[in-house]
Design a binder for this molecule. Sequence first.
Ligand SMILES: [Zn+2]
Ligand SMILES: [Zn+2]
Length: 257
Amino acid sequence: MNPFNVTILGCGSALPTERHYCSSQVVNHHGNLFMVDCGEGAHYQFQRNHLHESKLNHIFISHLHADHCLGLTGVLVAYALKRRTADLHVYAPAEFEGMLYRQFEFYASNATYRLVFHPIEGSQTTTLYEDGHLSVQAFPLEHKVPCYGFLFQADGHGYAYCSDTKRIAPPTEALYGVDLLYHEATYADSEANLAATMYHATARHAAQFAREIQAKKLIIGHPSSRYRDESILLKEAHEVFPNTILAEENLCVAVGG
Ligand SMILES: [Zn+2]
Ligand SMILES: [Zn+2]
């Protein structure tokens, strides 16, 4: 497998179904792991995919809807039980800070590691992380609450994560030409009005966005629980952007190469 890849731990939307876990992914760059969103069940899925906890030091939360962050408390507790010593960095919209530290102090009061919170705020693209090999930028999406997408760049390749958002124009030039784009596709065309009022995207919107930024490959996820058969979403995306696949749990996709 390409040393720069993404494993999908969960790609469902807010309501539980038998098909999906809530949103969470792990970006792997030469063994260093970066979690993107941490919905319920993320830690179980992390274990199931045989990912190494000691290699996970940075967690990025797109927004504070429960299906994207409720799994984080469990991760904090598990690291306390396992006597983790390395700092754990959490990047999330600024209003998360108070609640995060309260949960940490309540549930992980015996922690042997430091939790370091990095607020994401504002309407500009900002660099959250850089280590000389890989950089992570946050860019604004449009959702009911403050929400950010993430762009991972390394080795001349890029991976962009856009969930959750309504149909938007590309918010930053840095997205152009990314090798891999994950974009939410909560609804089919028939629910386009609902998508607009709920600040979500349709599969077609995701595909249009992929085409606009000239992404090389698109993964669509976060389907509404109403779709027992998600092939309608894939079909509608394919009409606009043929190189599209449906997200599924435990799928590992290379970024470029
Ligand atoms: Zn969501
Ligand atoms: Zn949301």
